[in-house]
Write a protein that binds this ligand. Structure first.
Ligand code: PGA
Length: 250
């Protein structure tokens, strides 16, 4: 892990009522201890409880993110949508964009690019998801797919300071299956190399996502060039999230 912080991005997906704020209590306590001072936790709840969580984490080091946003950063006639200005207004600092669950329901790289630009203009930090499906992996197209998603998603984006590259093999999300660690390390190495060459930056943040849990974290935490994790299912259970954080720092 090259970066200062280790990031734990909790993607709650379509889960959580208002009382989910209480699920943060133990994590808030954990974050206060010196041992975990380098753990940066970002909760990404559904829109409906974004403000509740923002209020809850005030005066802590925890941050809040949204799970998507509309591509326009102005108000408009778009039923059911939320733009990056509104996300910021709610108190969130991050937004997840390009998640495969949204790509699979029709979100194109062109649209993701517009969303990224809109969110950047509001100074939000972007959890930019990229990843291959199983067929593409079998055909050894992984790196080509990742490069293509990056080039299209970040078209005309020059500064990647606020971009977190979240590598999530699609076939690994929610399945309990992860890549063999050596293979993952190699893919991350190639991904990092491409980003370094393309953006001439030393400040590159790469996250891994896909079935991160308390059982596999001891292996995953040793993968070089990873700055943290995008965690779905396991992050909805505060004891599991705490277990993941503790094991990462052990
Ligand atoms: P998972 O989800 O941890 O449940 O696999 C990760 C994600 O979709 O971001």
């Amino acid at each position: 892990m090259t970066n200062n912080y280790i990031y734990f991005i909790a993607n709650w997906k379509m889960f959580g009522f208002k009382n989910a704020v209480n699920h943060l209590n133990k994590v808030i306590t954990l974050c206060k201890t010196k041992k975990y001072s380098k753990a940066k936790i970002v909760y990404c709840p559904p829109y409906t409880i974004l403000s509740d969580l923002c209020r809850k984490i005030k005066k802590t080091k925890i941050d809040i993110g949204a799970q998507n946003c509309h591509e326009a950063n102005d108000f408009g006639a778009s039923t059911g949508s939320i733009n990056s200005k509104m996300i910021k207004d709610a108190g969130a600092k991050y937004v997840i964009l390009g998640h495969s669950e949204n790509r699979s329901s029709g979100e194109s790289s062109y649209l993701i690019n517009k969303k990224i630009k809109s969110a950047l203009s509001e100074k939000l930090k972007i959890i930019f998801c990229i990843g291959e499906n199983l067929e593409q992996r079998k055909k050894k197209q992984t790196i080509k797919i990742l490069k293509n998603q990056i080039l299209k998603g970040l078209k005309n984006v020059k500064n990647i300071k606020n971009i977190f590259f979240a590598y999530e093999p699609i076939w690994s999300i929610g399945t309990g299956r992860i890549l063999e660690i050596k293979q993952l390390e190699r893919d991350i190495y190639l991904l990092n190399k491409f980003i370094v060459n393309k953006y001439k930056s030393n400040d590159i943040k790469i996250l891994y996502g896909g079935s991160v849990n308390p059982k596999n974290i001891n292996d995953l935490k040793n993968v070089k060039l990873i700055n943290g994790f995008l965690i779905g299912k396991a992050s909805q259970n505060q004891n599991k999230l705490i277990d993941i954080i503790k094991k990462t720092f052990n």
